[in-house]
Design a protein around this ligand. Structure first.
Ligand SMILES: NC(=O)c1ccc[n+]([C@@H]2O[C@H](COP(=O)([O-])OP(=O)(O)OC[C@H]3O[C@@H](n4cnc5c(N)ncnc54)[C@H](O)[C@@H]3O)[C@@H](O)[C@H]2O)c1
Length: 477
């Protein structure tokens, strides 16, 4: 499979195109500037985009590996939806999952196979949503083709692997007025949902700093990816290749492009130790290596990115899939009056003054320890997320998918499409969360210099005041 390599060459060439200048733009300012392409004439932003309500959402799934097949299993339970077609490069997978649905009492979906089978699926006129779960290199080409053929798209993470792909998705969504959402399921985990609600209610004061990560030792998983796409990508690319699980939930809490925006980043990685050893071992076994040889294994064992926002907030994002650290998405919100953290144990902290201000009478002994569990529980009851009622929470836990967050995400996507509402996450979220990979590489390859993060909304980042969800009664809450 040579596609990852050609993609890398493309990205390297495009990196040169997105940088305007690596040099001074003011006194002591060595920020590398990035180009924001002019919005094509007649095209408008898609902030708050709505589309016609869809009674039954006909879905075509593309990519039926580990993630795509779990989605197919979950969608048996998602209301207002029908699995109309499925597609995978490997014919046996299409046969397996079509048979599975039939066996479970659902109509047999139409099947498409081969690397370009998705085209026929997208060309049908009876599909509303194309749900993409392929390897990373295929996400954007499939999404663009689907939108060009009038379909909404939902794309697994990361939806785009380069700045060029981010802009292609933004421009196509703006021109076609179709939804283009990245399936960032970590925005729907229960702790993130309840602390996002607390953040929106001002419980933590002003959030000044946040942290997020993808720390996941993938040693049990490398062998399972189709044609070794993931190791191949790590072999050929430097930078945080999987930033969105860490970044998505904290970006929502910081109201990114809803009053604030990412402005600058700097990135730094470690040398590659474990990555090189693993890659060379597997290569000697005849695994993990396809296509043209690169100069060296490029991904550092650990990559850190620091972002500063227009409103003077900071965010730390980490990527580590090669060391034995236990699973950790970090998820920290650091406010002027409070704090939330999820790993390794869920914690909240508040000042005594803030506890009083939110109407809680509790004899807090000191302010430098986490709140006791009973208080955390009562705060979580006091600030429930508006998108989960008891029934949906029960169903999400029963159907599952990372403990229920996947089902909650699927449900919200279907709910908003069914009622013709703006989706929880738009194409600008997608671009802002995915652009970290290539921008981080540019930073590191220029001595960890600051790099400007493009404003993908092209000036519309203040149009909405704070992160909100849409509801069928017409409210945004
Ligand atoms: N959100 C999450 O929690 C989460 C978890 C796991 C994976 N993912 C993401 O899901 C995606 C898939 O990961 P995976 O673990 O299922 O990988 P996988 O290797 O198991 O599956 C990829 C599938 O895509 C198919 N495919 C590749 N190119 C195709 C094409 N052009 N047309 C049709 N099918 C094609 C392959 O045959 C394979 O079945 C990745 O983007 C990954 O990052 C997300």
């Amino acid at each position: 499979m040579t596609m990852s390599h050609s993609l890398f060459s493309k990205i390297a060439a495009l990196a040169a195109a997105v940088i305007v200048i690596a040099g001074c733009s003011g006194k002591n300012d060595s920020t590398i500037r990035t180009k924001v392409p002019t919005r094509p004439a007649g095209q408008e932003d898609v902030i708050g985009l709505t589309a016609a309500p869809i009674d039954t959402i006909h879905i075509g799934f593309v990519g039926l590996g580990d993630r795509g097949s779990s989605a197919v299993r979950r969608y048996r339970y998602v209301p207002w939806t029908k699995i109309t077609a499925i597609c995978d490069a490997v014919p046996e997978k299409v046969e397996k999952w079509a048979g599975y649905l039939e066996e479970k009492g659902f109509p047999r979906p139409d099947g498409y196979t081969g690397l370009e089978g998705y085209k026929e699926l997208c060309e049908r006129d009876d599909i509303d949503l194309v749900y993409i779960c392929t390897d990373w290199a295929h996400h954007t080409p499939i999404a663009l083709y689907a939108m060009e053929h009038g379909k909404h798209v939902a794309i697994e993470v990361p939806a785009a692997t380069s700045i060029k792909e981010c802009w292609d998705l933004v421009n196509t969504a703006e021109r076609t007025r179709l939804h283009c959402m990245m399936l960032e399921n970590c925005c729907y985990d229960f702790f993130e949902l309840s602390t996002l609600q607390m953040a929106r209610q001002g419980v933590f004061g002003e959030i000044l700093h946040a942290e997020g990560a993808y720390i996941h030792n993938l040693s049990d998983f490398w062998d399972g990816y189709w044609e070794n796409w993931r190791m191949d990508f790590n072999y050929r690319h430097r930078g945080d290749l999987y930033p969105t699980h860490g970044l998505g939930p904290v970006a929502q809490a910081l109201n990114i492009h809803r009053g604030d925006r990412f402005k600058t980043l700097v990135a730094m990685d470690t040398r590659s130790d474990n990555g090189k050893v693993l890659f060379n071992k597997k290569k000697a076994e005849g695994k993990y290596f396809q296509g043209e040889e690169a100069d060296e294994f490029r991904n550092g064992d650990l990559t850190c990115t620091l972002i500063r926002t227009e409103n003077g907030k900071s965010i730390l994002i980490e990527h580590d899939v090669l060391t034995p650290r236990p699973y950790n998405r970090m998820y920290q919100l650091v406010g002027t009056k409070g704090y939330a953290a999820k790993y390794p144990v869920e914690q909240l902290a508040l000042t005594k003054e803030q506890l009083n201000a939110i109407g809680i009478d509790y004899p807090l002994k000191n302010e430098h320890a986490p709140l006791p569990k009973d208080l955390v529980d009562s705060l979580r009851r006091k600030y429930p997320t508006p998108i989960l009622d008891e029934e949906l929470e029960r169903k999400a836990k029963e159907v599952g998918g990372h403990g229920g967050m996947d089902y909650t995400m699927d449900y919200r996507l279907a709910y908003c499409l069914h009622y013709g509402l703006p989706l929880d996450m738009d194409v600008y979220d997608l671009a802002e969360w995915c652009c970290l990979a290539e921008l981080g590489t540019i930073s590191m390859e220029n001595g960890c210099a600051p790099v400007e993060i493009p404003d993908f909304t092209r000036g519309a980042w203040k149009k909405t005041d704070g992160f909100k969800y849409a509801f069928s009664d017409g409210t945004m809450r």
